[in-house]
Design a protein. Sequence first.
Length: 367
Amino acid sequence: MTGAHRDRASPSHDGAYRGPLNLHQLYIFHAVANHHSFSKAAQSLDITQPAVSIQVQELEKTLGVTLFHRRSRGLLLTEVGETVFSYSQQIFALSDRLIETMEETKGLNSGHLTLGASTTPGEYVLPLAVGQFRQVYPGIRLELVIANTTSIIQRILSGEMDLGMVGDLPQEHSRDSEMIVYVEAEIVLVASPSHPLAQAGRISLKDVAEEGIIVREQGSATRRTAEREFESLGFSPSIALELGSNQAVKQAASGGGGGGVISRLGVEAEVKAGMLSVLDVSGWDCRRPLTVIYAKDRYLAPAQIAFRQFLLDRREGALMRHGMRRVGWFQRAKVSANLGGPFNISVSPCLCGHPLRNRGIEYRKRC
């Protein structure tokens, strides 16, 4: 199997002969580098050791470099050998991806999709969507991993996850990711109905800040958005409790621990049941986008594209169920963040006449 980067062999700038890259030789080199041994590579490939040695030598001649240090205790990649090995990993990973994609393209009857979600969309938005997606594409296996926003973004950008949904618009990652604002969700302050904050009726932000708030851990987009809102209004509330899940925040608030910071999506059932009250706080109007995110310049397999489109098609249903605001799709917006200047990011204008509200970001809307 021979590559076609060049039509014929040609001399390099140093006059040495260079032939076209032979992918069969590269594959054998890749096996040797993995096993650190000609004999073990030969066993794994079911060919003779001399054949393996010859193919590696031919590749070294083609490239004009030495790929291995031959040591008594085994093979060690040279510095340039490490570079060739790194490229070979990418080449054969892409080859495997090509084969998988061809299989998936046959009616989307197979495939695997690893989704990541921060806690709020992971608990209250995506599970229903994942279940409905499986009804349409039963051959695609899905995995949904829930963690805080910071962790999910890191794992998406590293390639560990295919795409995800987070409760923020992380502008610091705009250069290496694509972001599509799905909906806008509200963050509220809640307390036990018997708590003085809930009993007082309309209260001030000063009342909440002095009482102390119950928040999620560092890395939570819910906490980060609420802290930005407090800061923009001139308050720095004391932290009464820092907890690791939405459920823990709700339980602590219902137990009288103070005002809990949480997405309205997460307390609908408790408010309806009378277990929690949404505090009526003067000046508090905290909203944040739920954003679909995936790595920029990375190929999206058919299953990934299908799920992304599936979310888009069913967004109206999510809005009706939760009373969230609708925002547009794939509109370019100008973002002015604390990153040394404006840059472009894929976000959306509001279709109902309201700009997204996210502190430190300026949206150019088209209504």
